[in-house]
Design a protein around this ligand. Structure first.
Ligand code: SF4
Length: 413
């Protein structure tokens, strides 16, 4: 499964200014998919915000956390994720947006993204959401193959995906929606190259301006982990996994998509501004059960159950959650190297308090990867080469992090 590295600032520590980006977590889903370890509350296949006591009880908690946030400044990006935020009615979503508008305000032209799952909304609900000012939708398609969707534990089917994508395309053609993204998962059990090629081709036929293609990761505690332990989860071997990733890059590049992060591809002008905030060093607010915030660098995750989250909101921890923290070097480095823009190593080293000798040692560690063409240095920016460096990113990053562990005590007071 995808694991968006909820990253901190890869480029540099910045002047301490209030974040202009916010993430809102809506933790409710119809059911828990077999690969998912997110902080979600399954409500059953017929659940909907219109008649769910759980959703009705959660929204005031979210509003309270938003209202208590310090140093509000107008938001340039908002990402409403989950969970399945499209379970909320437009009225409920409107109240949340009003809460944000009253507390923070929105900057002109703010990007407001809503995650929507096929079969969790109809066209009037989409229209209601867009009328609120939501201007970007991320559609959780995952696969065009009903057998695969069944095996993933998804509730929707291929026909729902086509239907939802059709509404999004119409909304975009009518000027009601600025952009939309389609999520797919690669590296699924029994996936081979012809099957994956077919999946990508179907995705391209829908002409999404943005595609997020995540590798399946078997997370602890999931149904997939239990299947794997029983030898019932035939995942592609690493070579095939790399071939699948290469095929993704090749087909999407050929269709005009730029890869601006390891899992994210966009047509010109459609890279997610909110994603870029995660990787730019600007920091973001996070609100809701299980949500992660990093207003000034360091990530802080909230409790993952409703009861614990409600209790946490009453504690001083909640009040200090959005306070200033020292940004962590290792996450800056990891995330920065995976970005097309890369990371300014010199600036980063200075921010982390590394000595010139440490910085030299880090550069020496990286030298063999540079020689092999896996790491590129462009001006002052370092980044993993696409696709060969990105394909080996975990190995490269493991070594870098081991290096950081051994230098951290001296570098981080
Ligand atoms: S719909 Fe998304 S968030 Fe909900 S259980 Fe499935 S993968 Fe997890």
């Amino acid at each position: 499964m995808w694991r968006i590295l909820k990253p901190t600032s890869p480029t540099a520590p910045q002047a301490v200014t209030a974040p202009r980006a916010a993430y809102l977590h809506i933790p409710f889903c119809h059911r828990r998919c077999f690969y998912c370890d997110f902080a979600v509350v399954p409500l059953g296949d017929h659940a909907d915000g219109a008649h769910s006591g759980s959703i009705a009880a959660y929204l005031p908690l979210l509003q309270a956390e938003i209202a208590a946030s310090p140093n509000p400044a107008p938001l340039s990006t908002l990402y409403i994720g989950g969970g399945t935020p499209s379970l909320l009615t437009p009225e409920q979503m409107g109240q949340l947006l009003d809460g944000l508008r009253q507390h923070f305000g929105f900057a002109p032209g703010a990007e407001i993204t809503l995650e929507m799952d096929p079969a969790s909304f109809d066209r009037p609900r989409l229209e209601g959401m867009l009328a609120l000012g939501i201007n970007r939708v991320s559609l959780g398609g995952q696969s065009f193959d009903d057998a695969v969707l069944e095996r993933l534990g998804r509730r929707h089917r291929r026909r729902h995906l086509f239907q939802a994508a059709g509404w999004l395309r119409q909304a975009r053609a009518a000027g009601e929606l600025a952009s939309w993204s389609l999520d797919l998962i690669q590296g699924l059990p029994e996936q081979d190259l012809p099957h994956w090629r077919q999946q990508l081709q179907q995705a391209l036929e829908l002409e999404p301006p943005h595609l997020s293609v995540y590798d399946l990761i078997v997370e602890p505690g999931t149904v997939f982990e239990r299947l794997q332990q029983r030898g019932q989860l035939p995942l592609p071997d690493p070579d095939l996994g790399a071939d699948l990733m290469d095929l993704t890059g090749e087909l999407l590049r050929g269709a005009g998509y730029g890869r601006y992060e390891i899992s994210n591809y966009a047509l010109p002008g459609h890279a997610s501004r909110h994603n870029r905030v995660y990787w730019s060093g600007a920091g973001w607010w996070g609100f809701g059960l299980g949500a992660t915030s990093a207003p000034y660098g360091q990530r802080l995750a909230r409790p993952r159950t409703r009861e614990a989250y409600a209790a946490w909101l009453q504690t001083p921890d909640a009040a200090s959650a959005q306070a200033h923290h020292q940004p962590p070097f290792d996450e800056w480095l990891m995330v920065g190297l995976r970005r097309r823009e890369g990371v300014n190593l010199e600036q980063l080293a200075r921010a982390a308090g590394l000595s010139a000798a440490d910085e030299g040692s880090l550069q020496a560690l990286m030298a063999p990867w540079r020689q092999r063409g896996l790491l590129l240095v462009e001006g002052r920016r370092w980044r993993l080469a696409d696709p060969q460096g990105l394909a080996l990113s975990n190995a490269v990053l493991r070594e870098l992090l081991a290096w950081w562990e051994s230098h951290q005590p001296a570098a981080s007071p």
